[in-house]
Design a protein around this ligand. Structure first.
Ligand code: ATP
Length: 289
């Protein structure tokens, strides 16, 4: 059983050929809403593979909140610890303009995930094989949850995004830490080899299409990515994390779990949307052969 403590957002995507100047109104090309938030994405990635997943988070008492809660239920992610609060549901307003993405995130209810939310889920956390967190909820909540997991002896997989919210002193409370290369450089202010050698079997750096790497205490291990033609890489990292967590709970070692996660993420980039391409376990197994 996995517990994900993190964000749930609705991505509001507008495509336009004209970018409005100050005070101007323009006609756009298309509009759609897509479920997102790193927490929800990673929960869905793990659940779709067959993990038993509980989510700890918060939604607003509004239409997006209802839609996102229903989507979690459809994916069999347990929503008992997803509170409904008086703040609006978190959103990411994404403007696709020419080759450019302009994104405004309003965390909204995600900032209502507090120490009390973690206390409410304590029993669930204690029963978990693994807790997954990212950094789109308040820092003090992440810190509190890390302390609780350490006290309860529950392993934590921390995906440090956005990296600026990470504190290096947390490393001793983390079993697995999964930055991409940019986040790794931002956090450790060092080259990737040195950073990996400081945290053997704990720091796993994702390398986009090239896969992921870690240091096993004796040598650097690079687990190559699965070659594919990507359509949309949004959510590749979230699929990787959900799948890596799922694989670890099946009892495999780090190399096998990374291989599994690379394949799951390669399947996800072949379809549009963060959650759209997240695979079922059979699809991953077919590629593992
Ligand atoms: P994102 O922010 O796009 O969700 P990220 O920056 O957190 O992703 P990446 O290192 O880019 O993380 O990708 C995560 C994983 O997704 C990689 O380790 C790899 O397994 C897979 N992946 C990403 N891009 C590709 C690709 N083009 N082809 C195959 N696999 C990919």
């Amino acid at each position: 059983m996995i517990t994900v403590i993190g964000s749930i957002n609705m991505d509001i995507v507008v495509e336009t050929n004209l970018f409005p100047k100050q005070g101007e109104t323009v006609l756009g090309e298309s509009f759609h809403t897509v479920p997102g938030g790193k927490g929800a994405n990673q929960a869905v990635a793990a659940a779709r593979l067959g993990a038993h997943v509980h989510m700890v988070g918060a939604l607003g008492n509004d239409a997006f909140g209802q839609v996102l809660r229903n989507l979690l239920k459809v994916e069999s992610v347990k929503d008992q610890f997803v509170e409904t609060t008086s703040t609006a549901t978190g959103i990411a307003n994404i403007i696709l303009f020419e080759q450019d993405n302009r994104i405004i995130v309003v965390p909204g209810a995600n900032h209502d995930v507090t120490k009390e939310s973690i206390d409410a889920a304590r029993e669930q956390i204690a029963k978990s094989e693994l807790v997954i967190m990212q950094l789109e909820i308040p820092q003090e909540t992440v810190e509190y949850a890390l302390d609780m997991c350490q006290e309860l002896g529950v392993k934590v997989l921390l995906n440090p995004a956005p990296a600026e919210n990470f504190k290096e002193e947390w490393m001793d409370r983390v079993a697995y830490f999964t930055p991409n290369e940019t986040e790794c450089a931002d956090i450790f202010k060092d080259d990737v080899e040195n950073a990996l050698e400081r945290y053997p079997n704990r720091l796993i750096v994702t390398l986009g299409a090239d896969g992921a790497r870690y240091y096993d205490g004796e040598k650097h291990v690079i687990v190559k990515g699965f070659k594919t033609v990507p359509k949309d890489t949004t959510g590749a990292g979230d699929t990787f994390n959900g799948a890596f967590a799922y694989a670890l709970t099946t009892g495999v070692g780090i190399t096998e779990a990374v291989k599994f996660a690379n394949i799951a993420a390669s399947l996800s980039v072949e379809k549009f949307g963060a959650q759209g391409g997240m695979p079922k376990v059979e699809a991953v197994q077919a590629r593992l052969k």
